[in-house]
Design a protein around this ligand. Sequence first.
Ligand code: NAD
Length: 244
Amino acid sequence: MENKTAIITGAGRGIGRQIAIRLAEDGFNCALNDLNETDLAETKAMIDKYGVKCVTYKADVSSYEEVENMIKSISDDFATVDVLVNNAGITRDSLLMRMKEEDWDKVININLKSVYNMTKSVSKIMMKQRQGRIISIASVVGVIGNAGQCNYSASKAGIIGFTKSIARELGSRGITANAIAPGYIQTEMTEHLPEDAKQKLSSQIPLGFLGTPEHIASCVSFLAGKDSSYITGQVIHVDGGMAM
Ligand code: NAD
């Protein structure tokens, strides 16, 4: 695994942080992105003990220009770019009738346009290398929908369609593209859900318990590693059986 590099967006906390730690444990050098520099520095401190190279990049992944500049810096700082994990995401929940246009736009831009921005920029490098792994974090609600999350569900369903299309476009260049659809995972994103919504969600999990960022990081580790080289265009559900 020596010299391989992974880029992880939204690596400041939650699932992104855990993915970064797991890939560092696997021996990947890590290029960490987030908007929050303090959180990024904390993740970097956790990764440094694995002895891999780790550099942090503050950038808004919904901005095409900021992403282009960040990827330029990353390709100057690292010899190769082997894995891209599109993880950054937000929620702005409300029922359609109450949803403000800015909440629709913000969620679509940060969750979905970011995946276009990052993948377009990184796949240029991967195409030259003739190898790469693109892993995007979708959601169970992008598959089954959820009242109060039409913007978020649409962004995550968009990631799934995007992933299948680029898997077809980039397969002949040795690049795989897969999505992970997490279920209900314990992070700060879900911490603030109303108690009744938490109860309702939990009751829909056949395995009967909430997921952790480690569950998602294990799947990313598999998709980034050598054992998944013949898997592309797939959506892997890591949700305790919520969607089947
Ligand atoms: P989180 O809110 O804890 O972390 C998200 C991170 O993304 C934060 O560090 C935030 O600063 C960063 N971020 C937000 N906007 C950004 C931007 N414009 N540019 C760069 N970074 C930005 O969320 P989480 O629970 O760790 O979720 C991570 C991913 O997993 C998201 O895409 C989320 O939609 C998805 N997901 C989460 C769950 C869950 O139950 N927690 C379920 C399904 C999918």
